[in-house]
Design a protein around this ligand. Sequence first.
Ligand code: F6P
Length: 422
Amino acid sequence: MKKGNVLVGQSGGPTAVINSSLAGVFKTAMDRGFNKVYGMRYGIQGFMDEQYVDLSDYIKNELDLELLKRTPSAFLGTCRYKMPAIHEDRSVYERIFELLDKMDIEVFIYIGGNDSMDTIKKLSDYAILTGAKQRFIGCPKTIDNDLALTDHTPGFGSAAKYIGTSTKEIIRDCLGFSYQKKNVTVIEVMGRNAGWLTGATALSKGEDCDGPDMIFLPEVPFDLKKFKEQVEKLLKKKDVVVAAVSEGIKDANGTYICQLTAGSESVDAFGHIQMTGTASFLANYIHDELGCKTRAVEFSTLQRAAAHLASRIDINEAFMVGGAAVKAADEGISGVMVVIDRLSDDPYQSTTGVYDVHRIANDEKLVPRNWINKDGNYVTDEFIDYVRPLIQGDYQPMMVGGLPRHLTMNSKGYKDLYNADK
Ligand code: F6P
């Protein structure tokens, strides 16, 4: 029987490898004989406005595919849209399923994090309720690494590699600058309520670098006064202090440190506040209290967009989970998310599986307390052993004019790239 079409969307915060999953979906769907692969523009929100593209208009050959794998951010555009519950607004579901039927969509794949898995959960529930033919599969993605039941998430390894590298370079810079001058640098890392990315600053520690002096994860309440005392104590012994903090550290009352800064607070559809300013608050605080030179570094979007430093393991796994999502749907499965199972650390090997999305949506996997030291200001060797394999290998960008070339909706892929180089 002739197969129908696949619809794929990207949702939530982008990563350096989210497009590798898109490439995996496209390639596997074509190889398995699906008719067309449509891409939602700006996730489910754009799709409801009938914004979609035929991906074969953009991916014409293997080289386009390779370029897409090396392109950071979401090729299709993402959204942060909270689906209403079915009983709250059935019309949203009717609209989506009317479009799915009209476009002969057989498989719906959403590449995203925990909030996006909520969309897969609700749509697959509605399909069961109404007997709709479509199958719904979640494809994991988030730099935050906070999805349950998967060993890790695509996007995390590359962000961790960038964070480890940049932390090392920052420490080197501080040391080269410190002649008889005390200085304190506070580095702020993304990850909301999960400290996986902040812990990755410890990767910088090795023969040629001591790593940060302290690392504060959101899993442990942050004590401002104690922080000052710890910095003061360190400054008695050394000139350079580097501390890494999660954007989501909060005090014992649950107040985020970033909320102590003045300024407006923006909140997304899921009620997540935009976290920014933790490092600059702390750097100012230390400067005011201790009078030394301080600097705040916020990795911000750099940590999720740094495709030039992507991990090969991560890019390959992102591609693999995209393919596994299509395969699962092709085998008749629905209402699941693809997970990565680690088979071994050395050599590092992994495979994919699937889990009921109801067990994953809206959950947050935090760093286990026993992977954080007793004082709550560093990660353990076990943590580092877990992350290290995920940052291995490079995936060289295709350089044009001295900079990495990306595949975009407006560029014409590799042919264009080839001509541009002449
Ligand atoms: O969910 C991924 C993430 O990168 C979080 O780590 C971060 O808090 C958030 O997105 C930032 O989102 P935005 O760029 O929309 O502020």
